[in-house]
Design a binder for this molecule. Structure first.
Ligand SMILES: *[C@@H]1O[C@H](CO)[C@@H](O)[C@H](O)[C@H]1NC(C)=O
Ligand SMILES: *[C@@H]1O[C@H](CO)[C@@H](O)[C@H](O)[C@H]1NC(C)=O
Ligand SMILES: *[C@@H]1O[C@H](CO)[C@@H](O)[C@H](O)[C@H]1NC(C)=O
Ligand SMILES: *[C@@H]1O[C@H](CO)[C@@H](O)[C@H](O)[C@H]1NC(C)=O
Ligand SMILES: *[C@@H]1O[C@H](CO)[C@@H](O)[C@H](O)[C@H]1NC(C)=O
Ligand SMILES: *[C@@H]1O[C@H](CO)[C@@H](O)[C@H](O)[C@H]1NC(C)=O
Ligand SMILES: *[C@@H]1O[C@H](CO)[C@@H](O)[C@H](O)[C@H]1NC(C)=O
Length: 614
């Protein structure tokens, strides 16, 4: 990566800012990303996609456990934008999680620098745009976190390392899809599947005969669960989710296949596994995969086990390597549903369909801004009642060890993700979960993950250490469901208020303090802003106007900003004609930029009542 000298200085500055809470010994990796629209052709038709540095999928993050990542994101779109980091645990650092509940969006034309550390974890993950259904336009890329060399993995280094970002795709763009959802309908069936941005047979992985390769696999799609297989080859699962594949078959080309699961129409996309000494191109139909076999799927999912005698990094919740021996302190049952609310399709969990607040919940929590959310606004158990809208936040205690049962009474497959944590999938089965289901839990050698599938009319249970203070998004990974409310936040709270438990608020993440001073006698007004808003320092122009009406004398202070979120604001004050204006007044508001724009109208109305009526 080449940086201009100026940029390097900037990055150094950022480093100085963060060095106080990132271990000085862990290396830094710097990325500068420009997010733009550009033409892409995933299914052969031209579409406007979201590119990162001109690429779709975006550049891969290559990191090693404990690396610090400094990622400057410049938003060159015409809409606000946010990036989240699927699977990155953000230890002590929900400030950088990039969900709408934790971060202000990056306004068009602005930039934000994410400062995060891939602490104590390995694996294959991905980043994606978390706002406004942008995920349907791309904007995603792989994140690879390799094990540190001091902790050897139980297999020789593979001859190559490939990333597979697969998922469903629509020919309609994200604004059209968003309009369908906003209009109260569910998402239509996707138009196809893609692998690394390409439709069938447009992507080739070249291997040498006899060597072993690693494939890192992520489902980056919007709504369908997918199956992955390689014609004629065995895959050994070594991490979530990567597999080792040995090129031990006769040298020719083979299909790499992804296909949809639990869909009545099956979509398939293929790539090519090409032996460098291949004698033959791919032949025959691509091998078929499972579609709706729930029992087979449960069996397969339960067969994923950790090899307890193998070396390599191992999770140790609460300082114990035996996740199954720790007593749980709370059981949370989460049931998904698809209610119609106010005539529109919504999706809910325990009957609550999440609606975003004006202010990021994390900031509202930090600045104690009242009225944004209430703790306990989502119950711990299914209510069986109809769906309702709410900015739902669940309260939870730092260091608790919880059992979460995801219950899926619907006919479609479900996928749940929890930010900031990893969990142990102790059980899953068909039918209704009950306390006696616990007798079949795997308390020995299940794998830890951050996303779990819940098969149709089935349940999945996990044990999760709440070892990360912060505000964390719990969501359906079915993106239409997430967008229409199947998500909430869990606030993991420690009263200690210590850097040991949570990093301090980043300096670029302040809430806007807007102070308007009126020097009415001098017919002047001034606006003072605290150094930064969420992401932006608005530049502003002010205009002072006087309006004489028959009975009243009104002064208007007009504030224009270059910030699209803020745009313009007016303060008006009036006195009875012939009387004097009070010499000085001060308006002092603490709002985040988003809240500011959304509240603008309301505030303006309130202003009138706080002064003389014009
Ligand atoms: C981002 O890319 C666009 C289009 O190529 C370009 O106009 C803009 O200057 C770039 N911005 C940055 C910060 O590099
Ligand atoms: C945005 O980019 C400018 C120019 O590179 C830099 O000075 C500023 O610190 C960046 N702001 C954030 C919030 O990253
Ligand atoms: C999406 O497509 C519609 C036409 O179907 C078009 O009007 C709109 O501008 C497009 N939006 C984007 C962001 O490309
Ligand atoms: C578990 O790991 C050990 C040590 O690497 C290995 O010998 C053994 O074959 C592995 N077991 C399975 C089932 O893979
Ligand atoms: C778990 O709870 C049981 C019963 O209350 C108790 O006997 C046991 O010691 C506890 N185990 C741990 C690890 O705290
Ligand atoms: C805004 O008002 C509050 C309470 O009235 C005060 O504590 C704070 O200092 C004021 N902020 C500014 C920037 O004047
Ligand atoms: C408040 O005052 C503004 C400016 O005079 C006016 O446009 C607006 O309608 C008033 N709002 C209410 C609720 O009276």
């Amino acid at each position: 990566m080449g940086y201009s000298k100026k940029l390097r200085c900037l990055l150094l500055l950022v480093v100085l800012l963060v060095v106080t809470y990132a271990s000085g010994e862990d290396p830094y990796r710097f990325y500068t990303w420009n997010v733009t629209y550009g033409d892409i052709y995933p299914l052969g038709v031209k579409q406007q996609g979201i590119l990162i540095n001109g690429q779709f999928p975006g550049p891969q993050i290559e990191s090693v456990t404990n690396d610090n990542l400094i990622i400057s994101v410049f938003n060159s779109l015409d809409e606000s934008f946010l990036i989240s980091w699927n699977g990155v645990q953000q230890r002590r650092n929900s400030w950088q999680d990039g969900m709408y509940g934790t971060n202000c969006p990056i306004p068009p034309g602005k930039n934000f620098t994410y400062v995060l550390q891939v602490k104590d974890q390995i694996g294959s993950y991905f980043y994606f745009p978390s706002l406004a259904f942008h995920k349907a336009a791309g904007g995603y890329g792989g994140i690879k976190i390799a094990s540190r060399s001091v902790i050897p993995v139980p297999f020789p280094p593979p001859a190559g390392d490939f990333t597979i970002l697969a998922g469903d795709w629509y020919k309609r763009n994200h604004t059209d899809l968003r309009a369908i959802l906003d209009g109260g309908s569910g998402l239509p069936f996707p138009d196809g599947l893609i692998i690394n941005g390409h439709g069938s047979n447009a992507y080739t992985f070249t291997v040498d005969h006899g060597k072993t390769y690693r494939f890192r696999i992520s489902n980056v799609g919007l709504t369908t669960s997918i199956n992955f297989r390689i014609q004629g080859h065995k895959m050994v699962l070594v991490e979530s989710y990567s597999v080792l594949v040995t090129a031990d078959q006769p040298p020719q080309d083979y299909y790499i296949v992804v296909s949809t699961r639990f869909t009545s129409q099956v979509l398939t996309a293929t790539s090519i596994l090409h032996y460098s000494n291949s004698a033959k191109s791919v032949s025959g139909p691509p091998p078929g995969g499972p579609t709706t076999q729930i029992d087979w799927s449960l069996e397969q999912a339960r067969s994923l086990r950790r090899n307890l005698t193998a070396s390599g990094p191992r999770p140790n919740p609460q300082g114990s390597y035996h996740y199954g021996l720790i007593n749980t302190t709370r059981t949370i049952r989460l049931q998904n549903s698809a209610p119609i609310i106010n005539g529109k399709q919504r999706y809910a969990v325990n009957s609550v369909s999440f609606i975003p607040a004006d202010t990021p919940l994390k900031l509202a929590d930090y600045f104690k801004i009242p009225g944004v959310f209430n703790l306990g606004s989502i119950p711990d158990n299914p209510t069986g009642g109809g769906g309702y809208l709410q900015t739902s936040v669940m309260a939870a205690d730092f260091r608790a060890y919880v059992e979460i049962v995801f219950e899926n009474p619907e006919d479609s497959v479900q996928s749940w993700h929890i930010d900031g944590h990893h969990f142990f999938v102790v059980g899953m089965d068909g039918g209704q979960w009950s306390s006696s289901s616990r007798s079949n839990y795997n308390l020995r050698d299940t794998i830890s993950r951050c996303t779990v599938q819940v098969y149709p009319k089935s349940w999945s249970a996990v044990y999760m250490p709440l070892d990360n203070v912060g505000m964390w998004n719990v969501r359906s990974e079915n993106w239409a469901r997430q967008y229409l409310g199947q998500q909430f936040y869990v606030r993991v709270y420690s009263p200690a208020n210590s850097w040991r438990d949570e990093y301090p608020i980043p300096s670029v993440c302040r809430v806007l303090i807007l102070v308007v001073d009126w020097a009415l006698g001098k017919l002047d007004c001034r606006m003072r802003l605290s150094l930064t808003t969420c992401n932006v320092v608005p530049t502003n122009s002010m205009r002072f106007e006087r309006h004489l009406k028959s009975n009243y004398d009104c002064l208007k202070c007009k504030i224009k900003t270059h910030d699209v979120e803020l745009r313009a604001w007016r303060f008006t004050t009036c006195v009875q004609r012939g009387t004097h204006f009070p010499p000085f007044q001060s308006h002092n508001r603490t709002v985040s930029t988003i809240e500011f724009s959304l509240r603008r109208k309301r505030e303006r109305e309130r202003d009138n009542t706080s002064f003389f009526q014009c």
